[in-house]
Write a protein that binds this ligand. Structure first.
Ligand code: RUQ
Ligand code: CUA
Length: 656
């Protein structure tokens, strides 16, 4: 069976010949950034099943930061401090993990503006916005009527919208989902969410959802320039299979790229044509004013059924289970990448418009008009490689496509569709990134390949080996590999931008005077401990190199103790950490000027040391204290102090 052969290939992927690494000294110099010198680019890399996003400098490949997004991170207290817990709230309650596949930087006029970066959660569908002045997750919105939020978070050229297409079609949230799985064709629907983004503050809101046929939406990209106002989504499983998709969703020779006229959809929404649907989803916002998150459960979305409006969606046939769906910098060319295809179809936006105008349709798919393949096609790149996945652009008329099965990057010319160069990757490349490579203005110095498999490339580390990134210089005619570095988690999409666009917005510390946290302690003289029933609130300060108070007595077993620690520093890069023995919690890492809270319920009486976890000064190791815990019901008075070494007035129970 020919088809099975293909499948085996897709699974195993070939190891290219000459899998060597012979890098010339010249290549090494290109990736060398001298100690103390800054990199020229930031690279924001999705962490896949780590749920986080990591930030590398390019060309050095130095890891600069891991930003906690959808997964708890004990290193930073993300999801452990009382202030950050609401960020991981969903309609299913607190969800401490997710799978982040795609990163997308905000744009103005189709160029990266350095304000925010968005990330998607695949498993429990969510979209996050990270603020690039703090490199912290500022907002997370959950998506109703969705499952497997893969086709996300892609943006329009002025960040008007972030879109999110559902990978799994499912019965709508307000329908009875308790139906036989094999009623897929009747009961399962696909949705696409349009999340609006506040022009100034970036605040997200679900503007509307499009109800679509039950297929798997895989990836997407917005139109730009002439195609601004349109969005393109690759879809597979147009067979609508509900089992063994590796065979059953690969039956048809062509699936689709769905073209969406979102400006039209917007008009219908403005004209009140949307239907209100009752749903449940969480909207979580972190404030740098009170250093706390709030989570609100929302209960309604507006849905447009695309079947009822014949001029919103159009299906373009696309060979063999399309995965990547990329739009070139001019907005004219739309590149589909069939995972099982041996060619790359390139569609023309102008031809698509003509075909739609002339109603050049070959029928409909579940009520959506299907455009004739040849009528939308600009041309095909013939025999480019095996298993095309993703394409990025250099703005000089070239496209770069990753090939998972043949483990290579292929450079081709968009006008004549001729292959001009190819280089191996080690191994099984997924996404690619050129700085600004999906914007109107790429910065084509480098190309980074994100590889799924590294096999023999690094020292063995047990059954699981690192995933990796490989950096290529693409400034000349020939691509040249100059660096190879392991990544955190499994990298999927990544974006990069010239350092200048981001670095000057970077915040150095939070202004103390602006701290509106209800439990902020401003100045050591205000440090105190307050009991409210069985709650003990500790208003604590931290400054190099002590806590106030650092001696606390009168806490009892079963009390709920809240350490509200305010970092008094007003200087760049002086966080203090905080941890207490036996706490079933992570540490806190408190930035200068910020307040964070650790909840602790002591389960036994005794002496509990606490200390600063982040090396903050020569006397960091002295930054410590004690909490005395007495049995439940004891009448040890609640006392607290800093710098007091009063002689023991109480009888020493040990000596007696
Ligand atoms: S994916 S390797 Cu973006 Cu999840 Cu293509
Ligand atoms: Cu504060 Cu170490």
């Amino acid at each position: 069976m020919l088809f099975m052969g293909c499948l085996v290939l897709a699974f195993s992927s070939c190891k290219p010949k000459n899998a060597g690494s012979a890098l010339s000294g010249d290549a090494a110099a290109k990736a060398y950034v001298a100690p103390g010198k800054y990199d020229g680019f930031y690279n924001f890399v999705s962490g896949g099943f780590s749920g986080q996003m990591s930030v590398y400098g390019l060309p050095s490949g130095r890891l600069l930061r891991v930003i906690p997004v959808f997964s708890v991170d004990p290193e930073k207290g993300w999801g452990y401090s009382e202030e950050t817990k609401p960020m991981l709230n969903t309609s299913h309650g607190f969800v401490p993990w997710d799978d982040l596949h795609h990163t997308e930087l905000s744009q103005t006029n189709g160029e990266i503006d350095g304000r925010w970066i968005f990330g998607n959660a695949n498993n429990t569908p969510r979209v996050a916005r990270i603020d690039l002045s703090t490199f912290r997750t500022a907002e997370i919105i959950e998506l109703p009527n969705s499952a497997g939020n893969h086709s996300s978070p892609f943006i329009t050229e002025n960040t008007e919208y972030v879109v999110a297409g559902t990978r799994f079609s499912v019965p709508p949230d307000d329908a009875n989902g308790d139906v036989p799985i094999n009623t897929y064709k009747q009961n399962f629907k696909g949705t696409i969410s349009f999340i609006s983004v506040g022009k100034e503050d970036g605040k997200m809101d679900i503007a509307f959802q499009l109800l679509c046929p039950g297929v798997n939406f895989d990836l997407s990209h917005a139109g730009k320039g002439k195609s601004h106002g349109w969005f393109f989504f690759s879809c597979y499983n147009t067979e609508q299979a509900n089992t063994l998709l590796e065979v059953n969703a690969s039956q048809k020779d062509k699936d689709f790229i769905m073209a969406v006229n979102w400006k039209k959809a917007e008009e219908y929404i403005k004209a009140g044509k949307g239907k209100k649907q009752s749903v449940k989803y969480a909207h979580n916002v972190y404030s740098d004013k009170n250093h706390s998150a709030t989570s609100e459960i929302k209960t309604e979305v507006t849905v447009l059924d695309t079947k009822e409006f014949k001029d919103i969606c159009y299906m373009i046939p696309c060979p063999k289970s399309p995965h990547g769906c990329d739009v070139d910098p001019t907005g004219e060319y739309i590149v589909g990448s069939g995972k099982l295809a041996a060619l790359i179809p390139v569609f023309s936006f102008d031809k698509l418009q003509t075909a739609i105008g002339a109603k050049d349709f070959i029928g409909d798919y579940d009520g959506i008009p299907v455009v004739k393949y040849e009528s939308a096609l600009y041309g095909e790149v013939k025999k480019p490689g095996l298993g095309p996945l993703h394409t990025e652009f250099d703005g000089n008329g070239n496209a770069y496509t990753s090939f998972f099965v043949s483990s290579e990057v292929v450079k081709w010319n968009i006008k004549d569709l001729k292959v001009v160069d190819r280089v191996p990757t080690y191994y099984s490349v997924g996404h690619l990134c050129v700085p600004g490579g999906d914007s109107k203005k790429p910065n084509p110095k480098y190309l980074i390949a994100y590889n799924k498999i590294t096999k023999d490339r690094y020292l063995p580390t047990g059954p699981e080996l690192a995933q990796s990134a490989q950096l290529y210089d693409i400034s000349g005619d020939k691509m040249q590999m100059i660096l190879d570095f392991p990544t955190i988690g499994e990298p999927h999409y990544a974006q990069a931008v010239a350092a200048d666009v981001v670095k000057n917005r970077s915040l150095k510390f939070f202004k103390f005077d602006d701290n509106q946290h209800p439990y902020a302690t401003k100045g050591e003289t205000n440090a105190r401990v307050v009991r409210q029933g069985n709650q003990v609130h500790i208003y604590m300060t931290s400054i190099r190199s002590h806590f106030a108070p650092d001696n606390i007595e009168g806490v009892r077993v079963g009390d709920e103790v809240y350490f509200h620690v305010t970092n008094q520093e007003q200087d760049w890069d002086v966080p203090h950490g905080f941890a207490v023995k036996g706490a079933s919690n992570a540490e806190l890492l408190i930035m200068p000027g910020e307040t964070q809270t650790l909840k602790w319920v002591p389960d036994r009486s005794g002496m509990f040391p606490m200390y600063c976890t982040d090396f903050c000064s020569a006397l960091h190791q002295e930054m410590q204290g004690y909490v005395r815990v007495s049995p439940a019901g004891s009448n040890t008075p609640l006392t607290f102090s800093t710098g007091k070494t009063a002689p023991a007035t109480e009888a020493d129970p040990v000596k007696k």
